[in-house]
Design a protein around this ligand. Sequence first.
Ligand code: KG4
Ligand code: ZN
Length: 346
Amino acid sequence: MSGPLIIGVESSCDETGVGIVRGRQLLANEVASSVEEHVRFGGVVPEVASRAHLEAMVPTLQRACATADIDLTEVDGIAVTAGPGLMGALVVGLASAKALAYALDKPLYAVNHLAGHVAVDLLEHGPLPEGCIALLVSGGHTSLLRVDRITDAITELGSTIDDAAGEAYDKVARVLGLPYPGGPHIDKAATGDRRAVAFPRGLTARKDHDRHRFDFSFSGVKTAVARWVEGRERDGLAIPLPDVAASFQEAVCDVLSAKALDACAATGSRDLLIGGGVAANSRLRALLAERAAELGVALRTPRPALCTDNGAMIAVLGAELAAAGARPSPLDVGADSSLPVSTILC
Ligand code: KG4
Ligand code: ZN
């Protein structure tokens, strides 16, 4: 076993995560989710999430230490998500991590959540090839990144200009009467004809190529599904759920996979990594696998538990930074709800 022993704390949205790694070896990954508390609101309520983090933080940390079979005094550093995310939620994790770092007299690494989604793959598939493309798709983000070095060189090629991919799934699920979070329900319901309804593919027109080649837009497809369903209801017709779900899913996954592989082609990258909750989607995985194979691009897909928000992704990013000799963050570092991905360490 080698590499620094790092605790990673994640609290940017509705998951309280504490992970522990030694270098690139995963020792513990404990997650407490407040998703159940948001169900009746149909989306994450920031105040509810913040309070849940406060309640879950210490028990989750204790569970992680027990699973990893370590004592807090052994750790070499504390990594924590500084942003992007919900401000009130971030502050709980950041304050907890600062308290740990101060009490243990260990370095603090306040890091970027999106870089964590990329770094987590090191735990599964080893070092990242240089110039790897990463597609991050979740309820909070949809970004296409070029990763030259996980510790200090990530460039955003594009991102969503409106809804995140998972957000579109969640909103369309609500229109279709499916529970929150809607992604897995739509995935399961999408057994029908993918070509039943031709829903729009945002920002794929020729005119968008120059300015928005690697950007995404999902509000159009979301509205199109709502209008289509309203029209059927107005005409007294039944809603063919398997067909609508499959057609919506195809529109989203077609665009995500096409743009991700276009980014590989444009940058000459032979490696594509995916992360975020929507990376668990069966159709996205199938389309990416098919199209990546055609182009000779290797697909790196962390297991679903590492794709969704967790502390291990923050811990392994902290371990990479510590091993690279990065300067730790000051103890008065602040959370930044819109931290740009180019800022990997605050
Ligand atoms: O990464 P994550 O757990 O949390 C953040 O949003 O950061 O992602 C949650 C999102 C939700 O929008 C959920 O509907 C979506 O990921 N999701 C899926 C699937 N599983 C989760 N979307 C499509 N297909 C899935 N199988
Ligand atoms: Zn995330």
